[in-house]
Design a protein around this ligand. Sequence first.
Ligand code: SAM
Length: 319
Amino acid sequence: MLDSLGRTIDYARISVTDRCNLRCVYCLGEQGDPGPAGGSLDFDDILRLARVLAGLGVVKFKVTGGEPTLRGDLAEIVRALKATPGVANVTLTTNGLLLDGQAQDLALAGLDAVNVSLDSLDPHAYRRLSGADALGRALAGLAAAREAGIPSIKVNCVPLAQTTPGDLLALAGLAREHETHVRFIELMPIGPGALLPPPRGNDAILRLLEASLGPMAPSGRALGNGPASYFSVRGFKGRIGFISALGSCFCALCNRVRITSDGFLKTCLHMDGGIPLPLSDEGLLRSAILEAVRRKPERHLFGTGPGCADGRTMARIGG
Ligand code: SAM
C-alpha cells in the first residue's frame, strides 16, 4: 500500500507483549512500568491482522515487544506469520535471555532473522544498563541462534553517555569471527530515554572504531528491512551498521507501520498518527489501516518539535 506521499508500506512491526524481563535504563527504566494492564495481543488477533496487512501488501513482519520470548506461543506466531499468503520475511527482536531454549523451535518455525539487543559485553555495565545480571544468558542466546542456523543474526546496541570506547570496540568485535552484523542505534528521546544525557553520535562512534580497526568501507548492500548504513571492516565476517534516526532523518524512505501491544496502529514512531485497530473484523481492519496509512506523518520531529502525545513506552510500541 502507498501513503499520501507515495511511500510504499510493506513492513509491519508487531509488539506481541509489553512485558519484559529486563529494565533497560533507556527503555522501561528502573521502575519498569510498561503502562496500564492489557499489554499482550491475542494469537488470533495477530493472525487476522497479519492476513489483512499482507492483503494490503505487507511482506515483512518483525515480532517485537516487550520481550517476545516471554510468550509461550512465539514459535507458533512465527510459523503462522510465515504461512500467511504474501508474507516473505518474518524476523524477531529479543534481548536473547530466553533464546537458548527457543532458537531451535524458532528456526524450525521458519524465522528468517533475529536481532539480539546487547548494550555491553562487560557484565557489570550490562547489569547497570539492563537491571539484570544476565550477560551470560544473552550471550548463550546469541550462540544458540547461530547453532540453530537462523539465517541472519544481528546485534543491536544503543550507546549511552556512559558507554565506553572499550564497550563499543568489544561489541563491534562480535562481527569479527562470525557473520553477525553489529548495529549502533541512536538513543531516541522516548520514555526514560528522553531524560538521559546525550551520548556520542554515530559519526563519532564510526571515527572511534576506525581509529582501532582501520578504515571502514561503506557497504552499498542493504541488509534486512531497516534504514541502517553498513560498513565493512578488514578481517571481519560481519558488518558494522549505524541507525541514525536523529543524526540523519530517513523518513523519506519509511516503509513501516507499528502495531502496539494494546492494538493501536502507529504510523510514525515519534509523531501522533494512527488508529486503535478493530481487531476482530477483517473488513473494518482493512479500511482502518488504509485510512491511517493515508495520513501517515511526513517525518519525525525528534529534537526539533513536539512528538507523540500518546505516552506509550517503547516496550508497548516495540522499538
Ligand atoms: N526486548 C526486545 C529487545 O530487547 O530487542 C524487543 C523490544 S525493544 C523495545 C526493541 C529495541 O528497541 C531494542 O533494540 C532496544 O534497544 C530499542 N530501544 C528501546 N528504547 C529505545 C530508545 N529510547 N532509543 C533507541 N532504541 C530504543
